[in-house]
Design a binder for this molecule. Sequence first.
Ligand SMILES: [Mg+2]
Length: 304
Amino acid sequence: MRCLIIHNPVSGPRSDEIFAFAHALSAAGDEIVMRFLGPAVKNDEVVADVRSFDRVVVSGGDGTVSNLLDCLRDTHVPILVFPSGTANLFFNNIGNAPEIAALASACRAGRTASVDMGELFWKDGAGELKRHGFIIIAGSGFDATIMEKAEPAKGEIGEIAYFLSALSTLKPDVAHFTIEHDGEIDEIDGISCMVANTSVIQNDINLFPGCRMDDGLIDIAVIEPAALVQLLPTVLAGVLDPQGLGLGRPQFKMFKAKEVKVTCTPSLGMQFDGEVISNNTGVFGARVLPSCLDIIIDDFSNLA
Ligand SMILES: [Mg+2]
C-alpha cells in the first residue's frame, strides 16, 4: 500500500499523534510518504500526485482539512481524516472511532462513503468573483469561534448554549435576507444565514435537523431575530431531541437546495468553516458539489 500523509505540524496539542499513527499503519511492503504543511507550502502542489497513492491521510484541524479536501475533490482516492487539530468538528461528523489503532485499521481496510462538499461564491473588495469549498458551515452573521466552541468532544450543555447565545449577542444586527433556493424566493428577517454541508455538534446534536453530507443537498438556515431567552427553547430542543426530527428548531427557518443565492441587507460579514472572508457586498452564493469525496469510514461512522 502506498499512503500519503499530509500533516499540519502546528495544528494543535495532538499534532505529534500522527507519528504514532504512521507507526501503527506501517506494515511490510508499504510505502508511507509524509508531507508537512507550512506558510510557504501550496496545498495544490502537495496533492498534485495524489492519484498515484492508494490512500491519502489529511491531518490537522477543521481549517486544514477544509483546505485540503477542496484540493482533493473528484480525485476518488480514499481519504482518511485524522483529527490532530484543536477543533475537529468535521471528524466528529464522520463519526469514526478516534483511537490511533482504529484509525490505522480503517485506513488499511479502505472502506469509503461518498460525500458532498459545499462551494461558496462571493465578490471581494475589488469586485472579483471568488470561490472556496466548505465542509461544515458557511454564511453570514456568526462568529468564527462558534465552530470551535461547538466541538462535540467537550460534551457539556454549556457549549450549545454558547453557540446560540453567541448568535444573539455578538451580532445583534438584524438583517433582511433574500434567499433564492432552487428557483424559489423567500424574504426573511434574521440575525444569521448559514449554509451547511453537515451540522452535528456536541452530544450528537444535529444543529440543522436532517442535515447530511451524503444527500446531494445543502441546508440553509436563517435564525430569526431573538434574544437569548427566546433561543432557550431551541437549546432545549437540541438536548431533548438531538436529531431534531420531533421538536425541530423553533427559531430556525430552514430550506434544502442544490443551489442558493443570498442577499443580506445590511451585510453581516461572511465566513466558511470558521475562516473569515472579506466581503462587504452582502451577497453570496452556495451550491452542493455532490459525491466529490471518498471518505474512509468504520462501523461506528454516521455514514456507514
Ligand atoms: Mg447535505
